[in-house]
Design a protein around this ligand. Structure first.
Ligand SMILES: Nc1ncnc2c1ncn2[C@@H]1O[C@H](COP(=O)(O)OP(=O)(O)OP(=O)(O)O)[C@@H](O)[C@H]1O
Ligand SMILES: [Mg+2]
Length: 260
C-alpha cells in the first residue's frame, strides 16, 4: 500500500571509514545505496555497530562519506541540511531553555514565524502527552520525556525529511507503543518522508513501507522488505500471521548475520 511519490533522496555507493585514535582504520559502511521516495516511511534494522547512526549522519550532511554520494532534492549533500529534521539517539536539549523554547529552536535558527509555530508546538506536545510541561526545564523531565521533546522539535519546522535514530530507545514499552501510534498519526497527517533507525523489528515492520536489513560491520544492506499492510495500522496487526512472517524472516536474517 505504499503510495510512493517521486525520488526525494538517492544515496549511492556509500562507504565510511573512521580513523581511530589508536591509528587503526575502521570501515563502518561499505557499498550502501538507499533511495527514499517522497512520503515514504523507511526503517533500518541491523546489529549494534553496523553503521546505522553513521548512515544517518551521512544523509544529514553532518559526516562526510569516504566514497559515494547523496543526492537530496536533486542536489549533492555537502553539508548539514536545514530541510531535514533530525532526532538523535539521545536527546540533545538546551538545559537553560524551557520545553517550549527548546521546541522552537529551529524556528529561531531558520527565522520562521513564531506565532504559528508556537501553536503547532502545543499541538505536537499534546500528541506526545506533554501538555502542561511547556514551561518546565529539561532537568525537570524524565529521559523519555526529554526524548519526546526532541521528537517534537524535529517536526516543528515541517521538515521535508525526518531522520530518526532510535528515537524510542530510551522509552518504556508502553510509551514506545504510544509513540509509534503518535508517529503514525503524524506521518498520515503530513506524509513526511521518514528514515527511521530502530533495534525493534516489531516497530520497523509496524511503522514502515519498507524495512532495510543491514549486516554486522562493515554495514552492508542484506535485504529490503516491502511491508504491504494498509494504514492506519493498530497493534492487533502485530499478532497476525502475516505480520509474524515478516518479523520472523527479518529476525532470521539478522541472526544469521550476527553469528557469522
Ligand atoms: N567518530 C568515530 N570515530 C571512530 N569510529 C567510529 C566513530 N563513529 C562510529 N564509529 C565506529 O563505526 C562503527 C559504526 O558505528 P555507528 O554508531 O554508526 O553504529 P550503529 O549501527 O548506529 O550502532 P548502535 O546500534 O549501537 O547505535 C562502530 O564500529 C563505531 O565504533
Ligand atoms: Mg547508532
Amino acid at each position: 500500500m505504499s503510495e510512493a511519490g517521486p525520488l526525494l533522496l538517492d544515496a549511492r555507493g556509500l562507504r565510511k571509514q573512521y580513523d581511530t585514535r589508536e591509528g587503526a582504520r575502521i570501515t563502518a559502511l561499505e557499498e550502501v545505496s538507499v533511495s527514499l521516495a517522497d512520503g515514504e516511511f523507511v526503517s533500518v534494522v541491523g546489529p549494534s555497530g553496523c553503521g546505522k547512526s553513521t548512515m544517518m549522519k551521512l544523509i544529514a550532511g553532518i559526516v562526510k562519506p569516504s566514497a559515494g554520494e547523496i543526492i537530496y532534492r536533486g542536489q549533492v549533500v555537502t553539508r548539514a541540511q536545514r530541510g531535514m529534521g533530525v532526532v538523535f539517539q539521545s536527546p540533545v536539549l538546551l538545559p537553560w531553555l524551557t520545553v517550549l523554547e527548546n521546541v522552537l529552536v529551529p524556528i529561531r535558527v531558520l527565522r520562521m514565524d513564531r506565532a504559528p509555530a508556537s501553536a503547532r508546538a502545543r499541538e505536537l506536545l499534546e500528541l506526545v502527552g506533554l501538555t502542561g510541561f511547556e514551561s518546565k526545564y529539561p532537568s525537570e523531565l524524565s529521559g523519555g520525556m526529554q526524548q519526546r521533546v526532541g521528537i517534537v522539535r524535529s517536526l516543528i519546522h515541517d521538515p521535508g525529511l525526518l531522520l530518526m535514530d532510535e528515537p524510542f530507545g530510551a522509552l518504556d514499552a508502553l510509551t514506545r507503543e504510544r509513540m509509534s501510534l503518535a508517529l503514525q498519526r503524524i506521518w498520515l497527517a503530513n506524509r513526511k518522508t521518514v528514515f527511521f533507525i530502530t533495534h525493534s523489528i516489531l516497530e520497523a515492520v509496524f511503522l514502515s513501507d519498507r524495512v532495510i536489513v543491514m549486516s554486522a560491520r562493515p554495514g552492508r544492506i542484506l535485504q529490503e522488505f516491502t511491508i504491504p499492510f494498509p494504514r492506519p495500522r493498530d497493534f492487533d496487526l502485530t499478532s497476525t500471521a502475516e505480520f509474524g512472517d515478516f518479523a520472523r524472516e527479518i529476525r532470521h536474517l539478522l541472526g544469521a548475520s550476527v553469528d557469522v
